[in-house]
Structure formats: C-alpha cells, structure tokens
Design a protein around this ligand. Structure first.
Ligand SMILES: NC(=O)c1ccc[n+]([C@@H]2O[C@H](COP(=O)([O-])OP(=O)(O)OC[C@H]3O[C@@H](n4cnc5c(N)ncnc54)[C@H](OP(=O)(O)O)[C@@H]3O)[C@@H](O)[C@H]2O)c1
Length: 362
C-alpha cells in the first residue's frame, strides 16, 4: 500500500486528521519534531512514528525516502512548507498541506516547474481555506466564462484553534492582499467592507488575506479576486493590534492563559465542531453582468479534516497531475460537494436581481 506521512500529526488539527486517516484505512506514519508529544500519540494510536525536524533539507529528504505522500499539518506553514516541499522534491514524494497562507501558496506555485521535473504533485490548501471557495470560483467562472472579477466570502466566525490564531497573527504582519490584474496587491488589513447576503440576510464582511486570493486566481485565471469574511468587531481590533500580540503567542504561559480565558482546549470541542457550519458566497462579474452562487458547509475544522484526507487519498492513488495544483484545479468544482454535509450550489438565477434566498440556507 502507498505510504502517507502526516507531519505535525500531534497538533490540534493534525491529530484530527491522523485519526480520520486511520479510520479511512490509510495507515499514516505519524511525524513531527517533538519526541515526547510524538511518542505519546504513537502509543495512543498504535501507528508508526517518525521524529525529525525541518532544519536540514538532507535530513528531511532522507526521512521521506520511502514515503509516497506527505500531508503537512504543521503551521504556521511559513515555518514548515519550504523545508517539506524541498524534501519532497529531493525524495520524489508528493506534497499536500492545509495552509491558508497566501505567501506559502505563492511560494509553492513558484516550485511548479521543479515539481513537474521531479514528477511530484504539490497541492497546498486542501482545507476549509481553500477547497469550498476554490470550487465555488470554478462554478462561477463556468456560469460567466468572461468574468473579470471574483468576490468570494465566508461567514463562519467561531473560536479558532490556538494554532490558527497564531498563524493569523503571524500572517497579519504583511497586512491584507487582493489580486488585481493577475498580481497580488498589498492592501491594509480589513481595508474594504461590503454588505453580503450569505443566504441569511446581509452581513458586513471585510477583505481578508485568505489563501483563496491565490488559489481562486490560479484555478480560474480570473485576474481580479477579493476575499471577504464576516468578522466581529473584537476580532477586527485584534487583527489591527497584531504587532503587539504576535510574540505573546509564542509564550507557553500566554497560550495556557488564553485557553483558560477563551474556554477552549487547543481548539474547538467535538460538540462545537459537530454544531458548527459555514456559509460561502461568491460573485463573478464583468462590466455589465453578474452571477452569484452560494454553498453551505459543516464546521470549518470538519471540512478541513475531510478535505485533507480525501485529497491525500486521491494523491496516493496517483489521480493528480505532477506540478503545482489547486484543489479545484485538480478535482473540479464538484469536489466540495463530495465532502460530507456540504450543500450547494445555490445559484441566483437572474443576473443583477436582488438575492433570492434558498430555503436550504435559512
Ligand atoms: N486552511 C485552513 O482552512 C485551515 C484550517 C485549520 C487549520 N489551519 C492551519 O493549520 C495549522 C495547524 O493548526 P493547529 O490548530 O493544529 O495548530 P497547533 O495545535 O498549534 O499545531 C501545530 C503543529 O505544527 C507543528 N509545528 C509548528 N511549527 C513547526 C516547525 N517550525 N517545525 C516543525 N513543526 C512545527 C507543531 O509541533 P511542535 O509542538 O513541535 O511545535 C504542531 O504539531 C495552523 O497554521 C492553522 O492556521 C488551516
């Protein structure tokens, strides 16, 4: 059987993914840099473990020599993706991750030629960001093939995992980003607000530098892309304060205190994940035409686990081309509909009409 290695397998999302991969019979090798946490997980799950850090590319390549696919769950990915991608290119191993970080996706896209030469697939963002919006972007582009602009949005705010908070704060250093004329353009964080009807009435959403700014463009070729998220005021304030907050999250005592205050463990509980949901909206437009479609998904963490393991399984089955791939580029717009509990597509039938709301979205 082809072998899957799950790096960062003892993190919050990594451990959910590792368990799901085991349940689906993928027999993953558990991996990471922390000997104690890895040993504890290996004992708990009864899977093989492999400890290595990402300092030396030769060590990484050697650790991956007998591995067919890496599923990288170790974020912030700005600290891990480069080294694992380099290791994969040297060892001929396919690479999948769950990043939502724009610079990471752009960096992996830069390795497209090298990956094609090495016969390796590089498929980042197999997660909540970017699978639903990437698939929705293709769906919209098929509805309006001449589209010049894509606006995508998500309404799913919930208490995130500590790892996600740290990743958002680290990434916030670079501010916001949109795609204009095919190029990434830096903009201030939350620079534009828009009232968006996600199917439950209009809500204010702000531009966010989500990885979908990269993936939606690479998948569809549409030159202008903006991504919005509904964000409560306190979260917007936290983002604007990122410079002062980011170093704090490296401190174990601050992480501990945050967990007590926020009432979360490393991330949302199983009950919260089961009850969670997300609303995805997208608009494709030209100067004189506009189409809108929507999706509803389970909780973002549930989608992430399902999307990551489903993607890894398909890559292991050699069902994906070599080189840089996006989720919907590799699997098409209906990929998201194959994930558990996803409803859609809800299309507005009349361009420029006021938003009819599907009863399913109420
Ligand atoms: N795209 C999406 O929709 C989506 C959804 C959910 C999560 N995520 C992202 O997934 C990542 C993981 O989230 P989480 O909640 O699982 O975080 P977490 O609980 O903090 O886990 C992070 C994992 O990464 C490892 N790690 C971090 N830096 C490393 C480095 N430099 N070298 C080796 N290992 C390293 C950690 O191991 P150590 O303990 O050894 O540091 C740990 O195993 C975050 O970046 C989050 O933003 C993305």
């Amino acid at each position: 059987m082809p072998s899957l290695l799950c790096y960062g397998s003892y993190g919050f999302v990594g451990s959910l993914i590792a368990r799901e991969a085991i349940d689906r019979g993928l027999d993953p090798i558990l991996a990471g840099r922390d000997r104690d946490r890895l040993r504890e997980q290996v004992d708990d799950l009864g899977q093989p473990g492999r400890r290595f850090d990402l300092e030396d590319p030769a060590v990484v390549a050697a650790a991956l020599a007998d591995v067919d696919c890496v599923l990288n769950c170790a974020g912030p990915f700005s600290n891990t993706a480069d080294a694992l991608v380099e290791g994969c290119l040297r060892s001929g191993t396919d690479y999948v991750d769950i990043t939502g970080e724009i610079p990471v996706i752009e960096g992996i896209e830069d390795r497209d030629d090298a990956a094609a030469d090495a016969g390796v697939t590089l498929l980042p963002a197999a997660a909540f960001s970017a699978v639903p919006m990437d698939c929705l972007a293709v769906h919209l582009a098929e509805r309006l093939p001449d589209a010049t602009d894509l606006a995508l949005g998500v309404d799913s705010f919930r208490v995130p995992s500590i790892g996600t908070i740290r990743t958002v704060l680290e990434g916030a250093d670079t501010g916001g980003a949109v795609r204009r004329d095919g190029r990434l353009e830096s903009v201030p964080t939350a620079w534009r607000t828009r009232e968006i009807d996600f199917g439950r009435g209009e809500r204010p959403a702000v531009t966010m530098p989500m990885g979908d700014v990269s993936t939606a463009h690479y998948t569809t070729g549409v030159p202008n892309v903006e991504v919005y998220a509904v964000m409560p005021q306190p979260a917007r304030l936290a983002l604007r304060s990122h410079r002062y907050l980011a170093p704090l999250f490296e401190s174990k005592s601050v992480r501990w205190a945050l967990k007590q205050v926020a009432g979360v463990r490393e991330g949302p509980s199983e009950r919260a994940r089961e009850r969670g949901s997300a609303y995805i909206w997208g608009e494709a437009s030209t100067d004189d035409e506009r189409v809108v479609s929507r999706l509803r998904t389970p909780d973002p963490y549930v989608v992430t686990v399902d999307a990551a393991v489903t993607t890894a399984r398909r890559v292991l089955a050699r069902g994906v081309d070599d080189g840089f791939q996006t989720p919907a580029g590799a699997f098409g717009p209906d990929f998201v509909l194959e994930l558990d509990g996803v409803d859609g597509y809800f299309d507005e039938s009349t361009p420029n009409a006021s938003s009819p709301v599907s009863p399913l979205l109420r």
